[in-house]
Ligand binder design. Structure first.
Ligand code: NAD
Length: 451
């Protein structure tokens, strides 16, 4: 993209000027883990921002200044509302007043583990109904390479307007890492690619106003591939250490000690840690978007499939280790034991239970007849989930010395920082630790079994 492109007159120039002067109004569609922090960052950068969500309960809650996402404190939200910078709505007709429209809706898998683009398609059709000349439309949802140009663009162009001439289309993947205190929406470099040089220029102008560093790549498909590569990299490396965990455990070697020592090498190594299985909306799902798309080219994604196989097998491995530990330490069978699973969220310090291996662990325990409860400071009650409807409504038990002592064993599945590890250690009879949470806090005892 040539800087001169942005200086010639036309709808792109008008939009770029509105962005520079902060007169542009931005819309963020989908106010979840990604969309809400992004909307707050855009509003903080000085843009009037309208947040859209189909869930009226979320819209009402946000408009009272109460956040449901840890990364956006309620005080910050209330302040943005007070300054008239942010407002939530379900009224799609308000899109016609927006200069920039950012799509942050879910991209799950179908029952047959294929990409489910229905949220993106429905949202794009909604945008098309209110589209006007000069709008910048950006897809942020994680998806397979080609989605922006092959799925979003045709729906928008069916209005008769042309991408790169009448409206400007881009892809910019979200890299949010919920619960990570070191990086926030604005400090994580942002990959951006427009459909053509004018769209790249307008998109770059917009994101540069909000995010500290923008990395422009040559096409939306490349930007889509960047995001999916990052997530495949994590899925494959986590699978590798999960496999090593099983092998080293059989050899009597502690995989966490190995990884920490290997991480002392200042080059050529990056630590990944094993666990009870993959969770969240990204790592267990996104790699399979590429698997699906690769089939169109007659190509197999063997690394992805193998990593998926290993990671999916982890909850069963954990349960088999738990069974052995109960037998060896307490002479009890799994089915006759009373177990407290600690940590329901898929990773530490968040409340997100989507795809959480803890749900699978609870399910596997109960299938064996184990009496199982859970404790999670972030999840007081299990919400309805598609795959684990049977767990909906279950409540977190309080942690007290008496309650801990009333269980045969603790299964530590998520290492939240705010758990009372000392109390757990002091009062549990047996601890199966899938995160090395006790080891890294200096607890050593043969009542702690790692798995
Ligand atoms: N959660 C993460 O850590 C993360 C990180 C990077 C990328 N992503 C990607 O970002 C995208 C969004 O993920 P998320 O975790 O924020 O999802 P989420 O489920 O937390 O939020 C999505 C929101 O979109 C709303 N929504 C659904 N359909 C809508 C529509 N037609 N119109 C308006 N609102 C609609 C839902 O009500 C929900 O509030 C996904 O593609 C995901 O892969 C997520």
């Amino acid at each position: 993209m040539n800087q001169n492109d942005l200086e010639t007159s036309g709808p792109h120039r008008t939009t770029a000027q509105k962005i520079e002067s902060r007169q542009a109004v931005a819309a963020v569609i989908g106010l979840g883990y990604v969309g809400l922090p992004l909307a707050a960052a855009i509003a903080r950068a000085g843009f009037r921002t309208v947040g859209f969500d189909i869930d009226p309960a979320k819209v009402n809650q946000l408009n009272t200044g109460t956040s449901y996402i840890e990364a956006v404190p309620s005080e910050c939200l209330a302040d943005l509302i007070y300054q008239d910078r942010f407002r939530a709505t379900s009224d799609e007709s308000e899109l016609s007043q927006c200069d920039v429209v950012v799509i942050c809706v879910p991209t799950p898998l179908t029952k047959h583990r294929e990409p489910d683009l229905t949220y993106i398609e429905t949202t794009t059709r909604m945008i098309a109904r209110y589209m006007r000349a000069g709008q910048l439309i950006v897809l942020e949802s994680t998806t397979y390479p080609g989605t922006t140009e092959e799925v979003v663009k045709p729906i928008l162009e069916a209005t008769g307007m042309r991408s790169g001439r009448d409206f400007f289309l881009a892809f910019s993947p979200e890299r949010e890492d919920p619960g990570n205190p070191h990086f926030h929406t604005t400090t994580i470099p942002k990959i951006v690619a427009g459909d053509g040089p004018l769209a790249s220029g307008v998109a770059k102008a917009f994101y540069s106003a909000v995010i500290e560093r923008v990395v422009l790549v040559s096409s939306p498909a490349t930007a889509e591939a960047v995001k999916i590569t990052e997530n495949i990299f994590r899925a494959v490396n986590i699978a590798l250490v999960n496999e090593l965990k099983v092998i080293y455990d059989a050899m009597g070697i502690d995989v966490w000690e190995v990884i920490d020592a290997a991480a002392s090498k200042p080059f050529g190594y990056m630590p990944f840690y094993p666990g009870p299985g993959l969770g969240g909306h990204c790592i267990p799902i996104d790699p399979f978007y590429l698997t699906w798309k690769s089939r169109e080219y007659g190509l197999a994604t063997r690394f992805i499939e193998l990593a998926g196989e290993i990671n999916v097998a982890m909850p069963r491995y954990v349960i088999s280790r738990f069974e052995q530990a109960l037998d060896q330490h307490l002479s009890k069978s799994l089915g006759s034991s009373k177990v407290l699973l600690v940590g329901l969220a898929y990773k530490k310090n968040v409340s997100d239970i989507r795809e959480s291996p803890s749900l699978v662990l609870l399910n596997l325990l109960e299938m064996r007849g184990t009496q199982a409860d859970y404790h999670d400071p972030y999840v007081t009650e299990v919400p309805a989930t598609r795959d684990h409807a049977e767990l909906a409504g279950r409540r977190s038990v309080n942690l007290t010395p008496e309650i801990i002592r009333s269980y045969d064993a603790i299964l530590l599945a998520t290492d939240h920082d705010n758990l009372d590890y000392e109390m757990l250690y002091d009062h549990a009879r047996l601890i199966l630790d899938t995160r090395n949470a006790f080891g890294k806090r200096g607890y050593r005892s043969n009542k702690i079994v790692k798995a």
